[in-house]
Design a binder for this molecule. Structure first.
Ligand code: NAP
Ligand code: F7E
Length: 342
């Protein structure tokens, strides 16, 4: 089996490619050219699988429809996973046009390439719980209405709906995985969970004093990314394509995450957190809680990692990183830049 993954260098790209490679898939992924190397998450996979010709990387971009289409024609993948996005909600208010271009043109370019190919690949679109807007504390499923509250969420609604349109119009195998927040030690460091666990590691090592946050009353349904990529794959193995929600069904506030993370190192979060206006968004999604009962019933998927285990796993990994940073700092090989983090 051959898979083509956009966003392979991101958090989910790492877990999904690892999962597929271990299943024996040949994995093809696109990375963006940047002035410094941006494959740190997948470097261990490159080391193990590139030389045995199981993992192939290409320079491309979701905004380059021609490159995407020629890659798909050349590779002829069985499955395409569209994970690439400008995925930071707050940044989408600062870069709304770019976020919209990537979120919308990427999906339709891939769908067009599939529609015109002789052996149409199956298509997975990374849809998001952000599309729901979180206006009340109801549990949300694939039939709940979308009330997007950011440029990011609007672009995800477009990609979601165009996938449905191609499925219904051309009989293409297109699925939307509506995933609630999922985290891991590979999570980007500007998302709130990882920002917190990075700070816990550094504070515990004495190399950071405070962490500056925004709305800590916000509530999310947080799961482990490693569990969620398995659900993505399961969606692609069904007889009939459809949309499914993946979530834990448990809601926690950012405050609760703080408490759990600082408890791991026996510190009181209130001594280390400052609230800053600059981390608030122009429009906030206050409450997200998912109902994954359809995925459980039809795919046999359920999350394996609890909230407590997720926080513990992230803190443990970030303690290791902070210890390494402390050695580098002590030897004046790096400077602490993290206090200014966004
Ligand atoms: P992530 O860590 O931010 O990774 C995003 C990936 O997209 C990176 O590989 C990035 O490349 C790539 N990318 C960004 N712009 C691109 C472009 N113009 N062309 C090609 N590649 C581009 O995100 P994630 O957490 O793994 O999430 C994966 C997907 O699921 C995203 O679409 C996200 O919106 C969606 N989603 C995530 C969650 C969640 O909680 N994690 C929940 C629901 C949906 P660089 O490494 O070069 O930046
Ligand atoms: O924010 C609040 C913030 O940036 C979570 C993306 O993967 O999941 C993610 O989007 C909450 C928000 O994730 C800070 O206001 C407080 O209410 O970690 P986040 P997100 O916005 O939920 C969805 C499902 C996706 O699809 C997205 O791609 O935490 N918050 N203080 C903060 N958030 C950040 N980033 N930084 C703070 O200092």
């Amino acid at each position: 089996m051959k898979a083509f993954i956009t966003g392979i260098s991101g958090q989910d790209g790492y877990y999904l490619s690892k999962f597929l490679l271990e299943k024996g898939y040949e994995v093809h992924g696109i990375i963006r050219r940047s002035s410094s190397i941006n494959t740190s998450r997948i470097d261990p996979l490159i080391a193990e699988y590139e030389k045995i010709e199981k993992l192939f990387l290409y320079h491309s971009d979701l905004l380059d429809a021609s490159s995407l289409s020629s890659l798909i024609n050349k590779i002829e993948p069985d499955e395409i996973y569209n994970l690439a996005a400008q995925s930071h909600v707050k940044v989408s208010f600062e870069n709304p046009i770019y976020t919209t271009q990537v979120g919308t043109l990427g999906s339709i370019s891939l769908l067009e390439a599939i529609r015109h190919s002789e052996n149409p690949s199956k298509f997975y679109q990374a849809s998001s719980s952000e599309m729901f807007g979180g206006v009340d504390n109801k549990s949300l499923n694939d039939e709940s209405i979308f009330i997007p509250k950011s440029p990011y969420a609007v672009s995800k609604v477009f990609a979601h709906q165009i996938t449905t349109v191609y499925r219904e119009s051309y009989g293409l195998y297109g699925v939307n995985g509506i995933l609630f927040n999922h985290e891991s030690p590979k999570r980007g460091e500007t998302f709130v969970t990882r920002k917190i666990t990075r700070a816990v590691g550094r504070i515990s090592e004495g190399i950071q004093e405070k962490v500056s946050l925004g709305n800590i009353e916000a509530i999310r349904d947080w799961g482990f990314a490693g569990d969620y990529v398995e659900g993505m794959w399961m969606m692609m193995q069904q007889d009939t394509p459809d949309d499914w929600v993946l979530a834990t069904g448990e809601a926690h506030s950012v405050k609760e995450f703080l408490e759990e993370a600082f408890n791991q190192v026996n510190l009181n979060w209130e001594d280390y957190v400052e609230i800053s206006e600059r981390h608030f968004r122009p429009n906030e999604v206050e409450h997200l809680l998912g109902d994954a009962s359809k995925a459980k019933k039809e795919l046999g998927w359920s999350p394996k990692t609890t909230f407590k285990d997720l926080v513990k796993m992230m803190v443990e990994e970030d303690l290791k990183l902070a210890k390494q940073e402390k050695v580098l700092l002590d030897n004046q090989l790096i400077k602490p830049t993290w206090e200014n983090s966004i």
